[in-house]
Design a protein around this ligand. Sequence first.
Ligand SMILES: [Zn+2]
Length: 171
Amino acid sequence: MMVEDVSLDDSPLRDAPVLVARVRCGKGASRCSRCGRKAPRYDNGGGGRSWRHQDFGCFRVGLSGPVPRVECRLHGVVVSRVPWAEPGGRFTRDFGSECAWLMTVAGQKTVSGFLHIAWRTAGDIARRVAAGWSPRCRACSTGCMRSVWTRPAAGRATRTSPSSSTTGADA
Ligand SMILES: [Zn+2]
């Protein structure tokens, strides 16, 4: 991801100022957003798209930028894959992961208030993230929310279960 510039959108139409980062994909082959295969560029996508990202201090953060379309041999003309978001999603992957993790330790109403999103949206994001992680869940292989934090390949994942997190090692 290349960040071209960052500006503060303090429009009276917004309920809070938003840091908007204009981003674009780096140089390299475009890929189909559905299968991930390299595909030739079709056009510039007809305009920019925007995504909500994790907050930066007291500011909400948005990413915006062009997403070209590619012509995949299997899927036809589709939007190209971007590394920071799922195709068609309004939130970045990092935001979705944060939301899903928070849903494992707090209620949906608390999470929606903390992230400044609608209650229903918090649930939708968590379900989508959990569905994406479900093949990797080794604990129960049912797509439960715990699967987000039990994957061993992450390295940074620390929470495995409520019973193992009560050691108090850093007290
Ligand atoms: Zn494809």
